[in-house]
Design a protein around this ligand. Structure first.
Ligand SMILES: [Mg+2]
Length: 413
């Protein structure tokens, strides 16, 4: 061989594949055995996957599946200097459909482009590889370019559609330039698919995080609501307790004077609006000063407690209010109650006091504790005040005392 064309020049030449034959370079047309390609070997060695690392970020992985060794070599030679987006290509070779399946399934799931022969161990081995990749491995990212020697082996259009086969070339068409064009368009789609896939993954991840955050927020919010409602309930209970205490007389546990004043005024207005009778009973313990003087203040207090209990026992309706009016005086507010109704309550109280049978040796009435009661009943009128009811009940009470105590008098205008 007088002149060996430099390899670089050879590579710029047109590569033509012949079905099931060796790579033919033009010129020289006579080369039928693989030309020793020292430089290519060096290149192949320099750009091995191991040397590059198999990070998809650094290289584009190309898998050539073809039962014809020369096709591998020619393809690598044609694309060896080509870079896409500044990243070189690395080549992997499989010489049968079975070997190709195994490589993408087990070793290189991140292959970007497969240049796939149709006829290998069987007439449709390549199509089976494509089917396997899409349907079994569910790998929709890798770009698949079919290459076949004869138009008669062209797959059905439906196969190309179903297996997302991205290009279909006759080997005779495959020049270096066409290979590069094919590589560019395939790698571009692969890159775009990867970007979309990554964005979808990121979006899914972000959505998951959002959902988790929402769940946490919901739980937190529920807990907060429960906590707030517990605390509110506790606070309400404490307030009610405080309110009740503020309304109660410490000794007798009946309503205190302040509560009585508020309640009487409230019921006065209410009964005025309803045109219904409001009754008031004022009660005085007969000769209580003498009782205290004789039995002592502790016994006096105890006596008042027992009287209060008797009064409380006679007042049953929730709207009725028994209160300690002051000293040994008590008062009962009876809304929606006639004078007769009030008299019945008064009578009930007297009966209860009789039943107590408390000794009172200093009493001007007898030797037992007794009460004097004055009743007033009005349908409240705008020209009067609730104090009118008190003063009339007081007059009735005074009358009861004047008449000898231990009795009930009702005010009659
Ligand atoms: Mg073949």
């Amino acid at each position: 061989m007088s002149h060996v064309q430099p390899l670089s020049e050879q590579l710029d030449d047109l590569f033509v594949f012949e079905e099931e034959k060796e790579l033919v370079c033009d010129p020289p047309a006579t080369v039928h055995t693989p030309v020793p390609l020292p430089e290519a070997a060096v290149i192949a060695k320099a750009v091995t996957p191991e040397a590059m690392g198999d990070e998809q970020n650094n290289v584009w992985k190309i898998l050539i599946i073809d039962d014809e060794p020369s096709v591998h070599r020619a393809t690598e030679l044609a694309l060896r200097t080509f870079k896409f987006e500044d990243k070189p290509l690395v080549f992997y070779s499989a010489y049968s459909g079975a070997e190709g399946k195994q490589m993408i399934a087990q070793q290189h799931p991140d292959i970007a482009l497969i240049l796939l022969d149709v006829v290998m161990e069987s007439h449709d081995a390549g199509l089976k590889v494509a089917q396997y990749i899409r349907e079994e491995l569910k790998n929709q990212q890798v770009r698949i370019v079919l290459r076949t020697g004869q138009p008669g082996e062209a797959p059905e259009e439906s196969v190309i559609l179903n297996y997302d086969i991205n290009d279909y070339k006759l080997k005779v068409e495959l020049t270096r330039q066409k290979l590069i064009t094919t590589a560019i368009s395939s790698l571009r789609s692969y890159r775009d698919i990867r970007i979309i896939e990554r964005q979808r993954t990121e979006l899914t991840h972000a959505l998951e995080q959002l959902q988790q955050a929402q769940e946490l927020l919901k739980v937190y919010s529920n807990n907060l609501e429960i906590e707030v409602s517990h605390r509110t309930a506790a606070l309400q209970e404490a307030n009610q307790k405080l309110h009740r205490l503020a309304m109660l007389d410490g000794l007798t546990r009946l309503a205190n004077r302040r509560h009585f004043d508020e309640y009487l005024q409230q019921q006065w207005l209410l009964m005025m609006g309803l045109h219904q009778p409001l009754s008031l009973i004022l009660i005085d313990v007969d000769d209580f000063k003498r009782y205290n003087d004789h039995y002592g203040h502790l016994a006096g207090d105890d006596c008042l407690k027992q009287v209060a209990q008797s009064i409380d026992g006679a007042v049953n309706r929730p709207t009725d209010l028994a209160a300690r009016y002051g000293g040994e005086e008590f008062a009962i507010v009876l809304p929606l109650t006639s004078a007769e109704g009030a008299h019945q309550v008064a009578q009930k109280i007297c009966t209860a006091i009789d039943a107590l049978n408390l000794p009172h040796v200093q009493s001007s009435v007898g030797d037992r504790l007794t009460l004097s009661l004055g009743i007033s009943c009005m349908v409240p009128q705008p020209q009067f005040f609730s104090a009118t009811l008190i003063s009339t009940a007081d007059k009735a009470l005074y009358q009861a005392k004047q008449q000898g105590r231990n009795r009930i008098c009702t005010y009659a205008p």
